[in-house]
Design a protein around this ligand. Structure first.
Ligand code: HEC
Length: 166
């Protein structure tokens, strides 16, 4: 009889341990909003790092098929310095992540053949909301789309300017 109780106790403790590990893993992987309570120097920085609005809610939008992409925020892909760069492997294909510092977006673009003028703030807003470039080209899958308010777009653009001064 007694050994059965010890066995049951063992099972309970092991389960608690696994749950604990799960919570630690979720915190580590960002599945729990641990960053929501951090303080940021600007609203734009908060959005860049957390994808959340001033009330701590996730800014709605659409991922590209994989809902996992919606868990990621600007910083995860475009990096802390905004330069993106590293060709990461995503969904089994190599993806080039562009430099989105304000100076880069507004500089003359040459990626699609003939030189096209730099992006305006409206162009940047359209890329973030609709995933469309000024020349009509659609941004590739990993880049999610966000339903940001005009104020949030302005905050993000202000932060992309801040990144120029790093
Ligand atoms: C899951 C990764 C990912 C996340 C998260 C992400 N991006 Fe992107 N972003 C990309 C990729 C990849 C491209 C390039 C797509 C292409 O070339 O078609 C891109 C392109 C862009 C562009 C267009 C730049 C150019 O020169 O073409 C802007 C602007 C941009 N992202 C802003 C943002 C902002 C702001 C956020 C956060 C609100 C964000 N991105 C979050 C991956 C991401």
């Amino acid at each position: 009889m007694r050994s059965r109780w010890i066995l049951a106790l063992g099972v309970v403790l092991a389960t608690l341990g696994l749950v604990g590990l799960g919570v630690v893993w979720m915190l580590e992987s960002g599945a729990l909003p641990s960053t929501a309570t951090e303080t940021f120097t600007s609203d734009g920085q908060r959005i860049y790092y957390t994808g959340r609005d001033a009330d701590g809610r996730v800014i709605p939008g659409s991922g590209s098929g994989a809902s996992m992409m919606r868990e990621l925020t600007c910083v995860d892909c475009h990096a802390e310095d905004g330069r993106g760069g590293s060709t990461g492997m995503m969904m089994n294909s190599a993806v080039e992540i562009p430099d989105i510092r304000y100076s880069q977006l507004t500089a003359t673009h040459t990626e699609h053949g003939p030189t096209s003028p730099g992006w305006s703030d409206r162009d940047i807003a359209r890329a973030i909301r609709e995933g469309v470039e000024p020349d009509g080209e659609r941004l590739k899958a990993p880049m999610p789309r966000w339903d940001m308010t005009d104020a949030e777009i302005a905050d993000v653009i202000a932060y992309l300017k801040e990144l120029d001064n790093r």
